[in-house]
Design a protein around this ligand. Structure first.
Ligand code: ADP
Ligand code: YYY
Length: 233
């Protein structure tokens, strides 16, 4: 397996919003010395740029052109990673709830998925990488050596988001935040192209009653076991 990749294995982490993908991906990448690709941030960057350009979320020709001209890059900034869209740092702007919902709609469009699929495969091909998203284990890298499907109940995921929003001074209520999580799940699971679903060979982890550290331990042990098997095989 790793013999075919220059820098190590590919780890895919998929799951719904608020399951803990971003937090775990960052921690696991640091433990393994791997690079980390937040594919949601790439879709968010497309959504932000489409809104600025006034392109409707169902205008496939407009979205295709936007993607052709859009360069998305990640740059490390100490412990964090910044997202650049055509050289502009959009890391903060893409994180609003409004862009999150627009992203869910934009990411259902075929030209957007095709454009980002090409970019994501190029970014991950050498291995030594963890990609997090919705379709990494099913579509982007179906041959990834390790796949996790991270989930938690909608109530728990809504509660986590609510705490984040409250810390930022956002006035959203817990009920509203849970409702938005459920709405996003429906959009992401119900779409025609690359819907959110668990790959058959993914290890499911339900983090509802697990701490971040407990999830990290399960993931790190699983990857290390796979690396040992690979070294033997
Ligand atoms: N197992 C967990 N227990 C408690 N809080 C968690 C857990 N996993 C993630 N969180 C918190 O939930 C929020 C959403 O996590 P995040 O990693 O952004 O999820 P995702 O990338 O899947 O949307 C963050 O505030 C994070 O600290
Ligand atoms: N590989 C991916 C990653 C994200 N998306 C879509 C689906 C999500 O609703 C949006 C935003 O994803 P993101 O992972 O940033 O969202 P959360 O942090 O989980 O709330 O993008 C996707 O369709 N495919």
């Amino acid at each position: 397996m790793s013999a075919v990749r220059q820098n190590g294995v590919i780890v895919a982490i998929d799951g719904p919003s608020g399951a803990g993908k971003s937090s775990l991906t960052k921690l696991l990448a640091r433990r393994l010395g791997y690079i980390h690709i937040d594919t949601g941030a790439m879709f968010r960057a497309v959504a932000l740029m489409s809104r600025r350009a006034g392109i409707a979320s169902d205008d496939d020709a407009g979205l295709a052109e936007l993607c052709r001209e859009l360069e998305i890059t990640f740059v490390r900034d100490g412990e964090t990673c910044r997202v650049l869209a055509n050289g502009e740092d959009v890391s903060t702007e893409i994180r609003s709830e409004e862009i999150g919902l627009l992203t869910s709609a934009i990411s259902a469009r075929k030209p957007v998925r095709e454009a980002l699929l090409t970019m994501q495969r190029a970014m991950g091909a050498k291995g030594g990488v963890i990609l997090e998203g919705r379709d990494i284990g099913t579509v982007v890298f179906p041959d990834a050596e390790v796949k996790f499907f991270l989930s938690a109940s909608a109530e728990e995921r809504g509660r986590r988001r609510y705490l984040e929003l409250a810390a930022r001074g956002d006035a959203a209520t817990l009920e509203e935040t849970i409702a938005k999580v459920i709405q996003r799940d429906r959009q992401d699971e119900g779409r025609e192209h690359a819907p959110l679903r668990q790959a058959e060979d993914a290890l499911p982890i339900d983090s509802t009653n697990l701490s971040i550290d407990e999830v990290l331990t399960v993931m790190e042990n699983t990857v290390r076991e796979r690396l040992v098997q690979g070294a033997k095989g």
